[in-house]
Design a protein around this ligand. Sequence first.
Ligand SMILES: *Cc1c(COP(=O)(O)O)cnc(C)c1O
Length: 393
Amino acid sequence: MKDKNWKNYGLETQAIRSGQHRTHEDEHSLPIFATSSYVFKNAEEAALRFTGQKPGNIYSRFTNPTVNAFQERLAYMEGGERCLAFASGMAAIMAVGMGLLKSGDHVVCSRGVFGNTVLLFQNYFGKFGVETDFVDLIDTKAWESAIKPNTRFLFLETPSNPLTEIADIELLATIAHRNSCLLIVDNCFCTPVLQKPFELGADIVIHSATKYIDGQGRCVGGAIIASNEIIEKAIYPFLRTGGATMSPFNAWVFLSGLETLAVRMKAHCDNAFALAKWLTQFPSVSKVHYPGLPSHAQHELAKRQQSHFGGIVSFELRGGKEQAWKLIDATEMISITANLGDVKTTITHPATTTHGRLTPEVRKLAGITDGLVRVSVGLENIEDIKNDLARTF
Ligand SMILES: *Cc1c(COP(=O)(O)O)cnc(C)c1O
């Protein structure tokens, strides 16, 4: 099993079998290596490991067998060359910026990305002389015309949160490469089970492992998957020096999360699809946002680009904020929390939580109405989820 190449195996098999290198103890399940450092046979071996002339572990800020197993497994599943794990999804995005950007560089980013990603580019990379322009995720012309000679990469999430808009990854990869830029895709919402950005031309894939990869809301973590060259030159040196490392315990939790990811994603999608269709029948619901509905503006693109439509459903209530809060407060089972990708169904009012710091004008531009409710559909019985949401209908 040790040096097996899992490349030609199915994703479900990679998720369960790859990344594990059994030790002399013959353990069946992967152990947690709770050790900060490693011993060398002699001074010469220590020297060779530090220079990288001899492979092997050095120090758990940048080499740990449990974290390595997670990295290897996720790289196989995404179909990428190398993966590096980080302390959180945000730490992974920070590492991409720190590794690839320098003062005077320019970034084009979707307006519809995770709120802290916007703040990171604007407030922190901006402080060091990196300029970011934000564009509409689905406006391909806007992406192309925002690119400047000093643009280093394009950054997006698809589907977007919370409106589930879909970007054409293949088209944006072509535009990026035509302009000598990289395309970075945050694949958190789909996971490699539903969407393979590398097959569509993306150069770097980002994950918040906190969401579906964990799947049960326990640990915070993140990852970057890219070519050997990008990882070696830009990302690994920053991880080694910057130290936003994933802990071995978290890696161990995420490893078992990956093992059930394919079945969970399918079940999340089935429940979400059923819920989205069911929601369209209520007169008090003015719009349901779900890529699986034929009424979704990028339904055809979603069918082409994803193997299923995802676990997030958003809908707009005619009664605005008052009705949205009423519906949320009437739930008896569903968790009122901003996290997503959990086996537990969670519900959020974006206008007053995740998007509450935006001005009303910017919020309106982003399509976040006061009546909008986002549900991360979990794996409870679908009838119980419907009944819990229907208490005010
Ligand atoms: C949560 C999230 C992040 C940030 O990940 P953390 O693990 O919370 O740091 C980044 N991108 C997306 C799409 C997310 O949902």
